[in-house]
Design a protein around this ligand. Structure first.
Ligand SMILES: NC(=O)c1ccc[n+]([C@@H]2O[C@H](COP(=O)([O-])OP(=O)(O)OC[C@H]3O[C@@H](n4cnc5c(N)ncnc54)[C@H](OP(=O)(O)O)[C@@H]3O)[C@@H](O)[C@H]2O)c1
Length: 373
């Protein structure tokens, strides 16, 4: 039995995690739930799962939590993840705010199943060093990274030549470029293949999501930036491909359903049948691949540039993007302002070595810088 604590239980990944646990009552048990501020959903989930241990980053002042073991604020979540009964911590909060709880879980030697890619973009070196130092296991939930992780098992890490992450291209893959200034929030939230939270859906439309994933892959798999490539694959069936030094390429395929990578991370290294829908290639018919156009997807280029510069530049890329995406969702800026603001923050930043302290400072600086615009 693995005892699971979910950070971000009210979100898309959080809810799908609870569904996976529900399907495997003999193997998985929820022992704690935490979220940002949606206490109504959190308390309903806690009642359904029969857990008393809950956490909230921003509790409403009027909220009285007497019947629960409540952990409040980011510091509260850091203590919560270290509780003795927790085996696996699912990190699925929306953004780099999950960094400190992730580090706390690794420091306590927990298995961390990571959905929040922003954590590895903001402070990947610190996170990976902490995992190694504390002999903690860090497993990806992101479908591309789960796919790459599975494909990599076909060889040795030093035999990997190339890692290819696929991207659907989002809703604007074929939209005329001269209409991009007019893209509305509603249009950008229409992802062709995945139903996800709002922030990652916008990131998929700009392809910043893939840029963040390239940086995530660099850290998770210890590969060089030049080894990580992106291909557009509108069907979202092949999630990642690993080319080995002998030229053999191993790919991972499945229907676009996050419950599979979540289940894989929660049960690793075991595989069980939970009756999820199966891939029938004869029904899919065609799998196509193309190189992304840098003019259409400037955010992907910015992410590669940030990764090339290194140090705290990826931290700034991520924080600037978080603020810009929120402003777009609030209809305060245009879709095309997102890469402009991220680039402006990157140009104004002098990168420092990627220590935790520097990352936290750079993150705060970038948020304040972009908020001014
Ligand atoms: N959805 C997917 O298919 C998918 C796939 C791969 C990776 N991921 C990654 O998984 C993470 C979660 O994605 P999601 O789609 O589940 O997101 P989501 O549906 O938007 O849920 C986000 C969660 O974070 C909380 N949250 C709200 N505002 C926040 C803030 N300002 N800072 C931090 N957390 C906040 C929400 O809490 P409240 O409800 O209390 O506000 C909720 O529990 C993201 O990093 C995303 O990139 C998602």
């Amino acid at each position: 039995m693995r005892r699971v604590l979910v950070l971000g239980s009210t979100g898309s990944i959080g809810k799908q995690t609870l569904d996976v646990v529900r399907r495997l009552p003999a193997r998985l048990q929820v022992v704690g739930l935490a979220t940002y501020r949606d206490h109504k959903t959190l308390l309903a989930q806690a009642a359904e799962c029969g857990v008393r241990t809950i956490g909230l980053i921003e509790p409403s002042p009027s909220l009285a939590l007497t019947a629960q073991d409540a952990y409040l604020g980011v510091e509260g979540l850091c203590a919560m993840v270290q509780r003795a009964e927790v085996d696996v911590v699912v990190v699925a909060l929306g953004g780099a705010v999950a960094l400190m709880p992730t580090l706390a879980a690794l420091q306590a030697g927990k298995i961390v199943a990571l959905a929040t890619k922003e954590v590895l973009v903001a402070a990947g070196e610190v996170v990976m060093q902490t995992a190694r130092r504390c002999h903690a296991t860090l497993l990806p939930i992101d479908s591309e990274h789960s796919g790459a992780f599975q494909a990599m098992l076909a060889g040795k890490p030093e035999q990997v030549a190339r890692l290819i992450l696929t991207a659907s291209g989002g809703p604007f893959r074929t939209r005329p470029l001269d209409t991009f200034d007019a893209i509305t929030v509603e249009e950008a939230l229409q992802h062709p293949n995945w139903h996800m939270g709002a922030k990652i859906t916008i990131d998929s439309a700009t392809m910043m999501n893939k840029g963040l994933e390239v940086i995530e892959a660099q850290h998770l798999f210890g590969v060089r930036l030049e080894q990580v490539e992106v291909l557009l694959h509108p069907q979202s069936i092949v999630h990642a491909l690993v080319e080995f030094v002998d030229g053999s390429t191993i790919a991972q395929l499945s229907l676009p359903d996050m419950r599979l990578p979540i289940q894989y991370a929660l049960l690793y290294p075991e595989r069980v049948d939970t009756q999820l829908p199966r891939l029938r290639l004869e029904q899919i018919g065609q799998l196509t691949f193309e190189t992304p156009d840098p003019v259409r997807y400037p955010c992907l280029e910015l992410a590669y540039a940030a990764a090339r510069i290194g140090g705290t530049m990826p931290t700034v890329l991520n924080a600037a993007n978080e603020v810009a995406v929120r402003a777009f969702l609030q209809r305060r800026i245009r879709f095309t302002d997102i890469p402009r603001l991220v680039e402006r923050a990157m140009r104004a930043h002098t990168p420092a070595p990627a220590t935790l302290e520097n990352a936290l400072q750079a993150d705060a600086w970038a948020r304040a810088f972009v908020s001014e615009f």
